[in-house]
Design a protein around this ligand. Sequence first.
Ligand SMILES: Nc1ncnc2c1ncn2[C@@H]1O[C@H](COP(=O)(O)OP(=O)(O)OP(=O)(O)O)[C@@H](O)[C@H]1O
Ligand SMILES: [Mg+2]
Length: 229
Amino acid sequence: MDSNNAKSQLAEEFRVIKRPLVNNIQGAENNGINRSNLILICSSLPGEGKTFVSINLALSIANERDKSVLLIDADVEKPGVAKQLGIDNSRGLIEYLEDDRVTFSDILLKTDLPNLSIITAGKRHKYSTELLSSQRMYLFAEEVSRRYKDRIVIFDSPPLLVATQAQILAELVGQVVLVIAAEVTPQSVVNESVSKLSNCDVVMTLLNKTRKEIDIYGHNYSYGKYGHF
Ligand SMILES: Nc1ncnc2c1ncn2[C@@H]1O[C@H](COP(=O)(O)OP(=O)(O)OP(=O)(O)O)[C@@H](O)[C@H]1O
Ligand SMILES: [Mg+2]
């Protein structure tokens, strides 16, 4: 497969991933999902592809111009979004959470794509777990969900089984995507993650396979496979 074919295949894969998430947002009022436009991308363990999926899903939605996207790096321990996209990480979610004077627009970064904006994780903080479980974070999620009803908000997160932060974040969002490294992550580990997410309205699983490598913005990427419970 040449690079163009691989790219269009990747685009198609992410279109498939996107569809049920968007459908859930559209049907949210009927099926009672709160904050359905907030989507957390998590996984059990490090390196399963959360940041890869977060970025590609955001780009997929933004490129098709059907919706606006806000990509938030909520992996405040090991931020990957700013690094991958080559943007400044000096002021982000952490700065907003620790200082009432920092406003939403202070941390919102515009990109070359008119309907993609980004909030980076910001600097590392000793009490980042407390900040993520604070009332200010809850109000932030509420506000972002309500004020930007038409916007899809994607949160990249830390691994579920390594720290408590992802589980805290999962309570704030309407939909969770659990990325699973195919043929790597044992079933027992996946089960443990699923039980940690039992309070969430919607949990989709995404089997991430790295079958073919392609190149987008300078990194080697392949595509994921989608499935759900
Ligand atoms: N489908 C894929 N095809 C090709 N490469 C992939 C794919 N998924 C992930 N990768 C690569 O695997 C590595 C780990 O992925 P990524 O950083 O997205 O994982 P993560 O879950 O965010 O890890 P961490 O827990 O450390 O933040 C990266 O180099 C990424 O580019
Ligand atoms: Mg990551």
